[in-house]
Ligand binder design. Structure first.
Ligand SMILES: Nc1ncnc2c1ncn2[C@@H]1O[C@H](COP(=O)(O)OP(=O)(O)OP(=O)(O)O)[C@@H](O)[C@H]1O
Ligand SMILES: [Mg+2]
Length: 325
């Protein structure tokens, strides 16, 4: 079994009479990316703040990098880096000065601080802007500086609270690349995001936070299988073949105009094999076979009970349920 970088059991937190976290369990193996998803106000930032010792929990056991957060918060702080939802960059000083300030906070010597700052500024493509006030940086540059500052202490576990919110697609992809590189160096990343695509793209495991509890947890693929809507679509050019296939799959819904058949399926290898076997026994060959799994948006809306936004009219789009399956 891999060691856990982050382990939390029965995490609870209220603000006044508002219950924000109602018994949350988390387990993040070392060297992996874990993504916490949830609608606005679900408690993602609260969870990050608790796990990074910035806010106390009302109840629950937490171990970070093997250290008990309740009894060894200093050891936890030494092991982690946190990039908050809102920038920690001081706009009045330059990017380089922001970095050197962090180096001071980590008690690096002047020489070591300069070396680490220069190296990280280079790595995050900020060398050219290093001597300019951070207030003149674009949103993407500020975000990169934020993460560079987090890395000054060489943390093994990093919390990133919505690292790409407000970034354009190119900057977002650059940030994803940076996050992947961190993990390939063995760093553990705990990431919150509003972008399901981001979790899908990056995370080894995803947890969906809703109403103070983890509504579902798993790989992106596992989460997508949780909700109905997955299907296989067969397309035919020969009407006779289409009719034979319709006979072979009584549970399928057909579209006589496009000669296509929609067969409910979780897209697993087992179901695909049996589907192909049935086509073989019926002696028909489809001209096109496509597997449609629900995307993470579908899962998110199903699990968090959010209103489903209007879908473009499209006959074959997977149906999105309002309620969890
Ligand atoms: N210091 C605080 N005092 C009182 N209530 C708070 C405090 N911090 C957070 N809350 C409340 O706790 C709930 C969860 O907030 P939190 O910031 O953790 O949500 P979030 O999932 O990070 O949301 P977002 O996606 O908008 O960042 C919200 O209802 C918020 O109003
Ligand atoms: Mg937040």
């Amino acid at each position: 079994m891999t060691d856990l970088a982050i382990a939390a059991n029965g995490l609870r937190k209220s603000y006044g009479d508002k219950l924000v976290l109602d018994g949350v369990d988390l387990a993040v193996p070392e060297g992996t990316i874990f993504s916490l998803l949830g609608p606005n106000g679900a408690g993602k930032t609260t969870a990050v703040k608790i796990l990074s010792t910035l806010v106390g929990a009302d109840a629950g056991e937490i171990r970070i990098g093997g250290h008990d957060l309740a009894t060894a918060p200093q050891a936890v702080r030494a092991a982690i880096g946190v990039t908050g939802q809102f920038s920690a960059v001081d706009g009045l000083i330059t990017g380089e000065e922001n970095m050197l300030l962090m180096a001071d906070l980590h008690h690096l010597s002047k020489r070591e601080g300069r070396r680490v700052a220069a190296e990280l500024l280079e790595r995050f493509d900020l060398t050219e802007a290093a001597k300019k006030p951070a207030s003149t940086y674009s949103g993407g540059m500020k975000r990169r500086l934020d993460i560079a500052m987090t890395l000054v202490g060489d943390p093994r576990i990093i919390f990133l609270d919505e690292p790409t919110t407000g970034l354009d697609p190119r900057s977002r992809h650059n940030m994803w690349q940076i996050i992947r590189e961190l993990v390939s160096d063995g760093v553990t990343v705990f990431l919150t995001t509003q972008y399901l695509e981001e979790a899908d793209e990056l995370a080894d495991r995803i947890a969906v936070l809703n109403d103070g509890r983890i509504a579902a947890e798993g790989t992106a693929e596992e989460l997508k299988r949780l909700i109905p809507g997955g299907h296989v679509r067969l397309r035919f050019t020969d009407p006779a073949a289409y009719r034979s296939a319709t006979g072979a799959f009584p549970g399928a819904s057909g579209d006589d105009d496009s000669l296509s058949l929609r067969i409910p399926s979780d897209g697993s290898q087992r179901e695909l094999r049996s589907l192909l076997d049935r086509l073989d026994s019926a002696g028909v060959e489809a001209d096109e076979l496509t597997v449609h799994t629900p995307d993470l948006d579908d899962v998110f809306f199903a699990l968090t009970g959010s209103k489903v936004p209007a879908q473009p009219a499209q006959a074959m789009r997977p149906t999105v349920p309002n309620q969890p399956a």
